[in-house]
Design a protein around this ligand. Structure first.
Ligand code: 2AM
Ligand code: CA
Ligand code: CA
Ligand code: CA
Length: 269
């Protein structure tokens, strides 16, 4: 079947917009907050609610499509055949809870393992980072330019301090050294937005030692459209059904950064 991706994207944006409104309204109410894998790994009733809201719309309109989400959807899916929606209902739940700011809804649509649509909605700033494969990436109505090179000395890198704290080695190819050599580092606490920031040039690179497909699937579509490179630490395409390390950067910078992370296998949170 041949999908009209523009139409799918329009419909998806409408649902995401509605979901964004639900999130904004929920900020005025008290929320049920629980923890998952560790005391810092938060989940709220809104994470579940938004994921259900999106998956129900998708199942109703596109019964042939499958859905994978962080909280509940698609845990049985073992193959990338067909059309799959990969959803993060709230990326940056800690920010959602603590800051009521800097969180996103991330939706990717892939077909037979290839990213077709990426939508990252930065809810409180009302910024839409979107892309359709082969059609360029956009920030709101504005088409994003193709990436130009910068070197490490001029680069601003998105990196969570947690990963640095875990690193034992401090040799010339350590993360510590990478941070020292860069112009500066930033940490926003939302992988989806940080990848979108690389796509639009606000960051030159983003590095994460453990992410899941719903954190990066939409970002992959955007980054490809702007000529950015995104791989795991061993320079392979990130998988779409399991966790991965992530290195996203401008083309030449990616190669330079790879030498710093290549020997890292990744960390747990
Ligand atoms: P989340 O908010 O959807 O959980 C910073 O914490 C970034 O890492 C966020 O994008 C967050 O996504 C993601 N992340 C992925 N796995 C995580 C975990 N186990 N604990 C905390 N953050 C996680
Ligand atoms: Ca989470
Ligand atoms: Ca996430
Ligand atoms: Ca999430």
């Amino acid at each position: 079947m041949n999908e009209n991706w523009q139409e799918v994207k329009n419909v998806a944006e409408k649902w995401v917009e509605e979901a964004g409104k639900m999130l904004k309204e929920s900020l005025h109410e008290s929320l049920d907050i629980q923890t998952k894998s560790n005391p810092n790994d938060l989940v709220t009733e809104m994470d579940y609610k938004i994921e259900r809201f999106l998956t129900e719309h998708i199942e109703k309109r596109y019964p042939q499509h499958k859905t994978i989400g962080e909280e509940e959807a698609g845990q049985h899916i073992g193959s990338t055949d067909g059309v799959i929606w990969i959803i993060d209902p709230i990326d940056g739940t800690t920010n959602f809870v603590h800051q009521k700011y800097n969180f996103a809804i991330s939706v990717a649509v892939i077909k037979d393992g290839v990213g077709k649509i990426g939508i990252i909605y930065n809810v409180m700033q009302d910024e839409w980072f979107t892309a359709i494969e082969g059609d360029g990436a956009y920030l709101n109505e504005k088409k994003l330019p193709v990436a130009t090179p910068v070197n490490l000395r001029q680069a601003i890198i998105g990196l969570n301090g947690r990963w640095l704290a875990r690193e034992k080695q401090t040799d010339e190819k350590s993360l510590h050294e990478l941070v020292r050599k860069s112009r500066s580092v930033r940490s926003y606490g939302t992988a989806a937005i940080e990848l979108a920031f690389v796509a639009c040039g606000r960051l030159d690179s983003y590095i994460n030692f453990r992410l899941s497909p719903w954190d990066y699937a939409a970002g992959l579509v955007l980054l490809k459209e702007t000529g950015m490179v995104v791989t795991d630490f061993q320079s392979q395409n990130p998988p779409l059904l399991q966790q991965s390390t992530i290195l996203a950067a401008r083309p030449e910078l990616h190669e330079e950064l790879l030498s710093y992370v290549y020997n890292h296998k990744g960390f747990d949170y």
